[in-house]
Write a protein that binds this ligand. Structure first.
Ligand SMILES: NC(=O)c1ccc[n+]([C@@H]2O[C@H](COP(=O)([O-])OP(=O)(O)OC[C@H]3O[C@@H](n4cnc5c(N)ncnc54)[C@H](OP(=O)(O)O)[C@@H]3O)[C@@H](O)[C@H]2O)c1
Length: 268
């Protein structure tokens, strides 16, 4: 069976770059999206499109058929936004309570971190083919130090709690995995609702890639390098069942040596 890589979250910032990198490598790509029209426009018939919602397990089997690896780039915002899909909209009194009583706001939303980054990841894992070669998951720096600044602020609405549970669902499934925890995402496509997006913060392609273990490093991470790490990891058996952080720091070499970076992680 030839390789077929499924990309849930392909219409997002990292997801679009993952698709482009996979195509550059000559791999067959199937994307999972809730919005076929948007995806058709975006990918110009270069990928197979499966329509599904990771919150709804019944929509997932068509996307999984013959899939050999998954690179999961789904996510929602860490703080309440329209991406949380409020129904009904909270009233002014409830918004006023948001930081003291996050559950009140969450109970009115359908696409929160707990749902997208944990429950829906569990759905993906449970629907995945039994012989899946790799599940690559984009998680986040800070999962291992949720109580330290600035991650305690980032986790105000539970995004790091949810990512941690999502990671655990993947690890406990027995499926070979690679979990990548980027720092704050910069470089386009700018799809988030945060300061880096507002300011269009970029590395200018000048910063090196630094990988870490044990959730100790800090910094911004280029979406371009996060996407490259997701795709490259498929080609390196030594990075199977590894969790690592990724940030950009220092002077960029002419070529990123993924073999060297991954062996540092697998040997540490
Ligand atoms: N922003 C940061 O600083 C930061 C830092 C560390 C880690 N991360 C993580 O990095 C990853 C990529 O971030 P990004 O900014 O590139 O993401 P993004 O642009 O916000 O894209 C999110 C993707 O998830 C999809 N999605 C959301 N809910 C879904 C659902 N219920 N069913 C199916 N698909 C769904 C969206 O599809 P639609 O087009 O249908 O909405 C979109 O393609 C995310 O996991 C994020 O948590 C972000």
């Amino acid at each position: 069976m030839s390789d077929l890589i499924l990309v849930p979250g392909a219409t997002g910032g990292v997801g679009q770059l993952v698709v482009s990198k996979l195509l550059e490598k000559g791999l067959s790509v199937r994307i999972l999206t809730r919005d076929a029209a948007k995806a058709e426009k975006m990918f110009d018939q270069k990928v197979e499109i499966a329509v599904g919602d990771i919150r709804q397990p019944k929509t997932l089997p068509p996307a999984m058929s013959n899939t050999t690896s998954i690179i999961c780039c789904t996510g929602t915002t860490a703080f309440p936004s329209e991406r949380w899909e409020f129904d009904p909209q909270p009233n002014i009194f409830e918004w006023g309570q948001a930081l003291f009583n996050p559950q009140l706001i969450e109970s009115k939303a359908k696409n929160t971190p707990l749902i997208v980054d944990y429950q829906a990841i569990k759905n993906l894992v449970e629907s995945a083919p039994k012989n899946l070669q790799r599940f690559v998951f984009v998680s986040s720096c800070g999962v291992g130090r949720k109580n330290q600044f600035p991650f305690n602020i980032l986790n105000s609405f539970g995004v790091l709690d949810a990512k941690e549970k999502g990671e655990a669902a993947i690890i406990n499934s027995g499926i070979p995995y690679t979990i990548i925890r980027p720092g704050r995402l910069i470089d386009g496509p700018f799809t988030s609702y945060d300061l880096a997006t507002l300011l269009k913060t970029t590395t200018g392609g000048k910063l090196a890639v630094v990988l870490g273990k044990g959730d100790k490093i800090n910094g911004d991470a280029s979406r371009i390098d996060v996407a490259a790490a997701c795709v490259e990891s498929l080609f390196y058996p030594q990075i199977e069942n590894q969790i690592f952080e990724l940030v950009n720091q220092g002077t960029r070499p002419d070529k990123i040596d993924w073999q060297h970076l991954f062996s540092q992680i697998s040997n540490s």
